[in-house]
Design a protein around this ligand. Structure first.
Ligand SMILES: CC(C)(COP(=O)(O)OP(=O)(O)OC[C@H]1O[C@@H](n2cnc3c(N)ncnc32)[C@H](O)[C@@H]1OP(=O)(O)O)[C@@H](O)C(=O)NCCC(=O)NCCSC(=O)c1cc(O)c2ccccc2c1O
Length: 264
Protein backbone atom coordinates (compact mmCIF):
# COMPACT_ATOMS: atom_id res chain seq x y z
CA UNK A 1 0.00 0.00 0.00
CA UNK A 2 1.57 3.30 -1.10
CA UNK A 3 1.06 6.22 1.28
CA UNK A 4 2.01 9.48 -0.47
CA UNK A 5 1.94 11.38 2.82
CA UNK A 6 5.21 9.59 3.68
CA UNK A 7 6.99 10.98 0.60
CA UNK A 8 9.91 13.33 1.33
CA UNK A 9 11.00 14.40 -2.14
CA UNK A 10 7.69 14.28 -4.01
CA UNK A 11 4.25 15.80 -3.51
CA UNK A 12 1.28 13.82 -4.80
CA UNK A 13 -1.98 15.72 -5.22
CA UNK A 14 -5.33 15.07 -6.86
CA UNK A 15 -6.77 18.09 -8.68
CA UNK A 16 -10.13 17.27 -10.25
CA UNK A 17 -9.40 14.25 -12.45
CA UNK A 18 -5.64 14.84 -12.65
CA UNK A 19 -2.83 13.51 -10.45
CA UNK A 20 -0.15 16.15 -9.91
CA UNK A 21 3.27 14.66 -9.24
CA UNK A 22 5.58 17.41 -8.04
CA UNK A 23 9.33 16.97 -7.51
CA UNK A 24 9.88 18.86 -4.27
CA UNK A 25 13.59 19.69 -3.99
CA UNK A 26 13.51 23.35 -5.05
CA UNK A 27 16.80 24.26 -3.30
CA UNK A 28 18.55 21.80 -5.64
CA UNK A 29 16.53 22.93 -8.64
CA UNK A 30 14.48 19.72 -8.29
CA UNK A 31 17.45 17.48 -9.09
CA UNK A 32 16.71 13.85 -8.23
CA UNK A 33 18.46 11.35 -5.97
CA UNK A 34 17.56 7.64 -5.68
CA UNK A 35 14.84 8.36 -3.09
CA UNK A 36 13.21 10.88 -5.43
CA UNK A 37 13.07 8.31 -8.22
CA UNK A 38 11.58 5.66 -5.88
CA UNK A 39 8.86 8.09 -4.80
CA UNK A 40 8.16 9.17 -8.37
CA UNK A 41 7.70 5.50 -9.36
CA UNK A 42 5.34 5.00 -6.42
CA UNK A 43 3.39 8.14 -7.33
CA UNK A 44 2.97 7.01 -10.94
CA UNK A 45 1.75 3.60 -9.70
CA UNK A 46 -0.85 5.36 -7.54
CA UNK A 47 -2.02 7.44 -10.49
CA UNK A 48 -2.12 4.40 -12.76
CA UNK A 49 -4.38 2.45 -10.38
CA UNK A 50 -6.69 5.32 -9.42
CA UNK A 51 -9.96 5.17 -11.36
CA UNK A 52 -10.54 8.82 -10.47
CA UNK A 53 -7.43 9.88 -12.38
CA UNK A 54 -7.59 10.52 -16.14
CA UNK A 55 -4.23 12.22 -16.64
CA UNK A 56 -0.99 12.94 -14.81
CA UNK A 57 0.88 16.23 -14.49
CA UNK A 58 4.62 15.96 -13.81
CA UNK A 59 6.25 19.15 -12.56
CA UNK A 60 8.73 20.71 -10.13
CA UNK A 61 8.16 22.78 -7.01
CA UNK A 62 8.83 26.52 -7.09
CA UNK A 63 9.38 28.75 -10.08
CA UNK A 64 13.06 28.09 -10.83
CA UNK A 65 13.10 24.53 -12.14
CA UNK A 66 11.05 21.67 -13.53
CA UNK A 67 13.97 19.27 -12.92
CA UNK A 68 17.73 19.56 -13.51
CA UNK A 69 18.43 15.81 -13.67
CA UNK A 70 20.55 13.73 -11.37
CA UNK A 71 21.58 15.31 -8.05
CA UNK A 72 25.29 15.82 -8.57
CA UNK A 73 25.87 15.95 -4.82
CA UNK A 74 24.47 12.37 -4.50
CA UNK A 75 26.64 11.05 -7.33
CA UNK A 76 30.00 9.46 -6.44
CA UNK A 77 30.48 7.53 -9.65
CA UNK A 78 27.17 5.65 -9.13
CA UNK A 79 24.13 7.26 -7.46
CA UNK A 80 23.00 6.39 -3.92
CA UNK A 81 20.35 3.69 -4.40
CA UNK A 82 19.39 0.54 -6.29
CA UNK A 83 19.34 -0.06 -10.04
CA UNK A 84 22.01 -0.20 -12.73
CA UNK A 85 23.53 3.24 -11.97
CA UNK A 86 22.29 3.48 -8.38
CA UNK A 87 18.89 4.86 -9.23
CA UNK A 88 16.05 2.97 -10.96
CA UNK A 89 15.73 5.63 -13.62
CA UNK A 90 14.83 3.04 -16.28
CA UNK A 91 11.81 1.91 -14.21
CA UNK A 92 10.60 5.50 -13.90
CA UNK A 93 11.11 6.24 -17.58
CA UNK A 94 9.22 3.03 -18.44
CA UNK A 95 6.26 3.86 -16.21
CA UNK A 96 5.91 7.32 -17.80
CA UNK A 97 5.67 5.49 -21.14
CA UNK A 98 3.52 2.60 -19.92
CA UNK A 99 0.90 4.27 -17.73
CA UNK A 100 -2.21 4.14 -19.93
CA UNK A 101 -3.07 7.78 -19.20
CA UNK A 102 -1.63 10.92 -20.83
CA UNK A 103 1.28 12.40 -18.89
CA UNK A 104 1.77 16.17 -19.18
CA UNK A 105 5.12 17.80 -18.40
CA UNK A 106 4.43 21.19 -16.79
CA UNK A 107 7.77 22.89 -17.40
CA UNK A 108 7.93 25.76 -14.91
CA UNK A 109 11.67 26.57 -15.18
CA UNK A 110 14.90 24.75 -16.03
CA UNK A 111 14.40 21.33 -17.67
CA UNK A 112 18.01 20.20 -17.93
CA UNK A 113 19.76 16.81 -18.21
CA UNK A 114 17.53 14.01 -16.90
CA UNK A 115 14.79 16.63 -16.39
CA UNK A 116 14.81 17.32 -20.09
CA UNK A 117 14.53 13.57 -20.71
CA UNK A 118 11.39 13.50 -18.53
CA UNK A 119 9.86 16.26 -20.65
CA UNK A 120 10.87 14.34 -23.78
CA UNK A 121 9.16 11.19 -22.48
CA UNK A 122 5.89 12.82 -21.40
CA UNK A 123 2.99 12.66 -23.84
CA UNK A 124 2.52 16.43 -23.87
CA UNK A 125 4.69 19.31 -22.69
CA UNK A 126 3.50 22.76 -21.73
CA UNK A 127 6.07 25.38 -20.74
CA UNK A 128 6.05 28.73 -18.99
CA UNK A 129 7.57 31.46 -21.17
CA UNK A 130 10.35 31.69 -18.55
CA UNK A 131 11.41 28.05 -18.93
CA UNK A 132 14.82 26.97 -20.24
CA UNK A 133 15.52 23.56 -21.68
CA UNK A 134 18.68 21.73 -22.64
CA UNK A 135 21.17 18.94 -22.17
CA UNK A 136 24.38 18.93 -20.15
CA UNK A 137 25.61 15.30 -20.40
CA UNK A 138 28.93 15.91 -22.20
CA UNK A 139 29.65 18.82 -19.82
CA UNK A 140 29.22 16.65 -16.73
CA UNK A 141 30.43 13.22 -17.93
CA UNK A 142 27.10 11.54 -18.59
CA UNK A 143 24.70 10.64 -21.36
CA UNK A 144 21.12 9.36 -21.31
CA UNK A 145 21.30 7.37 -24.55
CA UNK A 146 18.02 6.06 -25.92
CA UNK A 147 15.06 8.07 -24.62
CA UNK A 148 17.34 11.10 -24.13
CA UNK A 149 18.80 10.91 -27.64
CA UNK A 150 16.77 8.79 -30.08
CA UNK A 151 13.33 9.79 -28.77
CA UNK A 152 14.46 13.42 -28.65
CA UNK A 153 15.48 13.12 -32.32
CA UNK A 154 11.95 11.93 -33.14
CA UNK A 155 10.59 15.16 -31.64
CA UNK A 156 13.09 17.73 -32.92
CA UNK A 157 14.86 16.00 -35.81
CA UNK A 158 18.24 14.29 -35.89
CA UNK A 159 20.42 17.38 -36.55
CA UNK A 160 18.78 19.44 -33.82
CA UNK A 161 19.03 16.57 -31.31
CA UNK A 162 22.75 16.27 -32.05
CA UNK A 163 23.14 20.04 -31.59
CA UNK A 164 21.37 19.83 -28.21
CA UNK A 165 23.66 17.02 -27.04
CA UNK A 166 26.95 18.22 -28.51
CA UNK A 167 26.76 21.98 -27.76
CA UNK A 168 24.71 21.89 -24.52
CA UNK A 169 23.06 25.25 -25.09
CA UNK A 170 20.01 26.40 -23.17
CA UNK A 171 16.89 26.97 -25.27
CA UNK A 172 14.01 29.29 -24.42
CA UNK A 173 10.50 27.92 -24.21
CA UNK A 174 9.72 29.66 -27.50
CA UNK A 175 12.71 27.99 -29.21
CA UNK A 176 11.65 24.65 -27.73
CA UNK A 177 8.17 25.19 -29.19
CA UNK A 178 9.61 25.97 -32.61
CA UNK A 179 11.74 22.80 -32.61
CA UNK A 180 8.86 20.54 -31.47
CA UNK A 181 10.13 19.86 -27.96
CA UNK A 182 7.05 21.45 -26.35
CA UNK A 183 3.41 21.67 -27.44
CA UNK A 184 2.51 25.04 -25.96
CA UNK A 185 4.09 28.07 -24.27
CA UNK A 186 2.10 30.36 -21.97
CA UNK A 187 2.99 33.26 -19.68
CA UNK A 188 4.23 31.86 -16.36
CA UNK A 189 1.25 33.35 -14.50
CA UNK A 190 -1.14 31.43 -16.78
CA UNK A 191 0.63 28.05 -16.60
CA UNK A 192 -1.67 26.38 -14.09
CA UNK A 193 -4.85 27.57 -15.80
CA UNK A 194 -3.55 26.21 -19.11
CA UNK A 195 -2.60 22.86 -17.54
CA UNK A 196 -6.00 22.64 -15.85
CA UNK A 197 -7.73 23.33 -19.17
CA UNK A 198 -5.87 20.39 -20.73
CA UNK A 199 -6.49 18.00 -17.85
CA UNK A 200 -10.19 18.99 -17.73
CA UNK A 201 -10.50 18.27 -21.44
CA UNK A 202 -8.70 14.94 -21.14
CA UNK A 203 -10.96 14.11 -18.16
CA UNK A 204 -13.95 14.25 -20.53
CA UNK A 205 -12.42 11.92 -23.13
CA UNK A 206 -12.85 8.15 -23.50
CA UNK A 207 -10.14 6.59 -21.29
CA UNK A 208 -9.94 3.48 -23.46
CA UNK A 209 -9.51 5.51 -26.65
CA UNK A 210 -6.76 7.56 -24.93
CA UNK A 211 -5.01 4.41 -23.69
CA UNK A 212 -5.15 2.84 -27.15
CA UNK A 213 -3.86 6.02 -28.78
CA UNK A 214 -0.98 6.22 -26.28
CA UNK A 215 -0.04 2.57 -26.80
CA UNK A 216 -0.13 2.92 -30.57
CA UNK A 217 2.07 6.04 -30.52
CA UNK A 218 4.47 4.21 -28.19
CA UNK A 219 4.65 1.10 -30.40
CA UNK A 220 6.39 3.07 -33.14
CA UNK A 221 9.31 4.06 -30.90
CA UNK A 222 9.43 0.97 -28.67
CA UNK A 223 12.78 -0.19 -30.02
CA UNK A 224 14.31 2.77 -28.15
CA UNK A 225 13.64 0.99 -24.85
CA UNK A 226 16.32 -1.58 -25.79
CA UNK A 227 18.80 1.15 -26.73
CA UNK A 228 18.11 2.84 -23.37
CA UNK A 229 18.81 -0.34 -21.43
CA UNK A 230 22.06 -0.93 -23.30
CA UNK A 231 23.13 2.71 -22.86
CA UNK A 232 22.37 2.62 -19.13
CA UNK A 233 24.63 -0.42 -18.72
CA UNK A 234 27.37 1.41 -20.64
CA UNK A 235 26.90 4.55 -18.52
CA UNK A 236 27.32 2.43 -15.37
CA UNK A 237 30.86 1.59 -16.54
CA UNK A 238 31.48 5.19 -17.65
CA UNK A 239 30.47 6.62 -14.25
CA UNK A 240 33.39 4.84 -12.56
CA UNK A 241 35.98 6.46 -14.85
CA UNK A 242 38.11 9.52 -14.04
CA UNK A 243 36.66 11.23 -17.13
CA UNK A 244 33.06 11.05 -15.89
CA UNK A 245 34.10 12.00 -12.35
CA UNK A 246 35.87 15.10 -13.73
CA UNK A 247 32.51 16.28 -15.08
CA UNK A 248 30.70 15.78 -11.76
CA UNK A 249 33.54 17.34 -9.73
CA UNK A 250 33.72 20.35 -12.04
CA UNK A 251 29.97 20.98 -11.55
CA UNK A 252 30.09 20.69 -7.77
CA UNK A 253 33.30 22.77 -7.60
CA UNK A 254 31.70 25.37 -9.92
CA UNK A 255 34.54 25.28 -12.46
CA UNK A 256 35.00 24.34 -16.11
CA UNK A 257 35.71 20.63 -16.65
CA UNK A 258 39.00 19.65 -18.34
CA UNK A 259 38.42 16.63 -20.57
CA UNK A 260 41.35 17.21 -22.95
CA UNK A 261 43.44 14.26 -21.81
CA UNK A 262 40.59 11.83 -22.50
CA UNK A 263 40.40 12.43 -26.26
CA UNK A 264 40.94 9.07 -28.01
C1 LIG B 1 20.14 24.39 -14.14
C2 LIG B 1 21.41 25.20 -14.28
C3 LIG B 1 21.66 25.54 -15.73
C4 LIG B 1 21.19 26.51 -13.48
O1 LIG B 1 22.34 27.28 -13.56
P1 LIG B 1 22.45 28.60 -12.67
O2 LIG B 1 23.81 29.16 -12.92
O3 LIG B 1 21.26 29.48 -12.90
O4 LIG B 1 22.31 28.10 -11.16
P2 LIG B 1 23.28 27.14 -10.34
O5 LIG B 1 24.06 26.25 -11.23
O6 LIG B 1 24.04 27.98 -9.38
O7 LIG B 1 22.21 26.22 -9.59
C5 LIG B 1 21.45 26.69 -8.50
C6 LIG B 1 21.59 25.75 -7.34
O8 LIG B 1 21.01 24.49 -7.70
C7 LIG B 1 22.00 23.47 -7.61
N1 LIG B 1 21.76 22.47 -8.64
C8 LIG B 1 21.24 22.69 -9.86
N2 LIG B 1 21.17 21.53 -10.55
C9 LIG B 1 21.68 20.58 -9.73
C10 LIG B 1 21.90 19.18 -9.87
N3 LIG B 1 21.53 18.52 -10.99
N4 LIG B 1 22.43 18.51 -8.83
C11 LIG B 1 22.78 19.15 -7.69
N5 LIG B 1 22.61 20.48 -7.51
C12 LIG B 1 22.06 21.17 -8.52
C13 LIG B 1 23.33 24.18 -7.78
O9 LIG B 1 24.40 23.46 -7.28
C14 LIG B 1 23.06 25.48 -7.01
O10 LIG B 1 23.13 25.22 -5.62
P3 LIG B 1 23.89 26.26 -4.66
O11 LIG B 1 23.81 25.64 -3.29
O12 LIG B 1 25.30 26.38 -5.15
O13 LIG B 1 23.15 27.54 -4.77
C15 LIG B 1 22.63 24.47 -13.71
O14 LIG B 1 22.48 24.34 -12.32
C16 LIG B 1 22.79 23.09 -14.32
O15 LIG B 1 23.28 22.96 -15.42
N6 LIG B 1 22.33 22.07 -13.63
C17 LIG B 1 22.34 20.70 -14.15
C18 LIG B 1 23.48 19.96 -13.55
C19 LIG B 1 23.63 18.56 -13.97
O16 LIG B 1 24.76 18.18 -14.12
N7 LIG B 1 22.59 17.70 -14.06
C20 LIG B 1 22.73 16.28 -14.18
C21 LIG B 1 22.98 15.84 -15.59
S1 LIG B 1 23.18 14.11 -15.79
C22 LIG B 1 21.57 13.53 -15.65
O17 LIG B 1 20.70 14.25 -15.31
C23 LIG B 1 21.26 12.12 -15.95
C24 LIG B 1 20.12 11.64 -15.46
C25 LIG B 1 19.76 10.35 -15.71
O18 LIG B 1 18.65 9.91 -15.22
C26 LIG B 1 20.49 9.49 -16.47
C27 LIG B 1 20.11 8.18 -16.73
C28 LIG B 1 20.86 7.37 -17.51
C29 LIG B 1 22.01 7.82 -18.01
C30 LIG B 1 22.41 9.11 -17.78
C31 LIG B 1 21.64 9.97 -16.99
C32 LIG B 1 22.00 11.31 -16.74
O19 LIG B 1 23.09 11.81 -17.31
Amino acid sequence: MIDPTTFEDVIYEKRNRAAWIIINRPKLYNAFRAKTIEELIAAFKLAADDKGVSSVVLTGAGDKAFCTGGDQSAHEGQYDGRGIVGLPIDELQSIIRDIPKPVIARVNGFAIGGGNVFATLCDLTIAADTAKMGQVGPKVGSVDGGWGTALLARHVGDKKAREIWYLNEQYTAQQALEMGLVNKVVPAAELDAAVNAWTDTIGERSPTALALAKRSFNADSENIRGISQMALNAVKLFYDTAESKEGVNAFTEKRKPDFHKYVK
